[in-house]
Design a protein around this ligand. Structure first.
Ligand code: SF4
Length: 397
């Protein structure tokens, strides 16, 4: 070995890997402090500092001793994903592009309403499920987000609205796990992040104000009912297996009836019997918006305590689908309504900044080649002059 190489090797001192405290729940922080030779109650203090006060500097955590702060400097950090951009829509919707480890970017959206402010949080970089009407699916998939990257999104929004350390009403009152990704495919990290959202020492959100939305991971719905009681939304989008196999491919593995049954079992596990499942149904012109689809849906959901949220499809380049007409939407809603269901229609928000439902794309370092195939199809369509400016955004060029 040449001398120079030896010298380099001798001079190299590996840096100790620091634990990122941002994504640790009270119980995991308790274990961390115990390993440091400290009392477990330090965990509660730390969660309050990070998630109620928004503090990241150990030196400003005045109820920790100097010696503990020194230990923390050596072994821990509070590390957030990086905000690349933040856009405001004319209707008050705000969208962030957030860079995570590895260089991919995810998106997060805040939707203000009269009586609440809802943050739509991402759980994965891209999505492996590839629903045919969803821009995220076209991006392919990179990896699951860590707990810190999930709860970090709420931290970033809270800071952006000056929510930390004040007694004034919070701007983020609700969280929906409905951004990029299928949350139940990232089960442990999502559950840990939701626990910090619900924790009174963390964000203190009520279980009714944290909603997890799934496209049909049946075994994980059952698992979720064993460890959590957040609100559950099921993304159906079709009233029969034939159509759903096309729109939501995970249906081939877990057919519609088994999905609806799992939602029923979830409700059965809840401590109170007033809870309802939210059923999400994206209405696409001439695909799933006919009267007979509404009737089929009504029959399918007959035994499920639920409310139905109709979402007019938000077009994006190359999707091949069109937005439902007002007439079809009205008829669909009325059929369900007349059958006794509570039906809401989701207003499209943040359309001008591509923040509406199903439009989140981010910048995914795709591992699936799906993005490549999608891009090729767009290129072909571009040649035939069918594609708008927004392609550039969706394919992340
Ligand atoms: S709709 Fe949800 S589950 Fe389906 S591809 Fe999009 S992000 Fe994934």
């Amino acid at each position: 070995m040449p001398d120079s190489a030896l010298n380099t090797a001798e001079q190299y001192t590996p840096q100790p890997v620091k634990t990122n405290l941002l994504g640790l729940s009270v119980s995991k922080l308790g274990d961390f402090f115990e390993q440091l030779g400290e009392k477990r109650f330090r965990a509660t203090q730390m969660v309050k500092w990070i998630h109620q006060m928004g503090e990241r500097d150990f030196d400003k955590m005045t109820n920790l001793s100097k010696s503990l702060r020194e230990k923390l400097h050596k072994s821990a950090e509070i590390c957030l994903p990086e905000v690349v951009s933040c856009q405001d829509s004319s209707d008050g919707t705000r969208k962030w592009l957030i860079k995570v480890e590895g260089g991919s970017c995810i998106e997060m959206v805040y939707i203000p309403e009269k009586d609440r402010g809802t943050l739509c949080v991402s759980s994965q970089i891209g999505c492996a499920l590839d629903c045919s009407f969803c821009a995220t699916g076209k991006q392919g998939f990179n990896r699951d987000l860590s707990t810190a990257e999930i709860i970090g999104q709420l931290w970033i929004a809270a800071q952006s609205f000056d929510q930390f350390g004040t007694k004034s009403p919070r701007r983020v009152t609700n969280v929906v796990m409905m951004g990029m990704g299928e949350p139940l495919m990232n089960f442990d990290n999502v559950v840990d992040a939701m626990n910090i959202m619900l924790d009174d020492n963390g964000y203190g959100l009520s279980k009714r104000r944290v909603t997890l939305s799934t496209a049909g991971m049946v075994p994980e719905v059952d698992r979720l009912g064993d460890v959590s009681d957040v609100s559950l939304a099921i993304s159906l989008h079709a009233p029969n297996d034939e159509l759903r196999n096309e729109l939501v491919p995970i249906n081939r593995k877990y057919p519609l009836q088994s999905f609806v049954d799992s939602a029923r079992r979830y409700l059965d596990k809840m401590p109170d019997n007033r809870r309802k499942i939210t059923v999400e149904y994206t209405l696409i012109d001439k695909v799933n918006d006919r009267d007979e689809h509404a009737r089929e849906l009504s029959t399918l959901l007959r035994d499920l305590p639920c409310k139905i949220n109709l979402i007019p499809f938000n077009p994006f380049p190359g999707s091949g689908y069109k937005k439902v007409t007002k007439v079809a939407l009205g008829r669909f809603r009325d059929i369900l309504h007349n059958d006794g269901y509570t039906v809401t229609v989701r207003t499209t928000r943040g359309d001008d900044i591509a923040a509406a439902c199903g439009q989140l794309a981010g910048e995914v370092n795709d591992r699936t080649k799906r993005q490549q195939r999608y891009k090729k199809r767009l290129d072909e369509e571009q040649v035939s002059g069918q594609v708008s400016e927004q392609i550039v955004k969706i394919v992340g060029q």
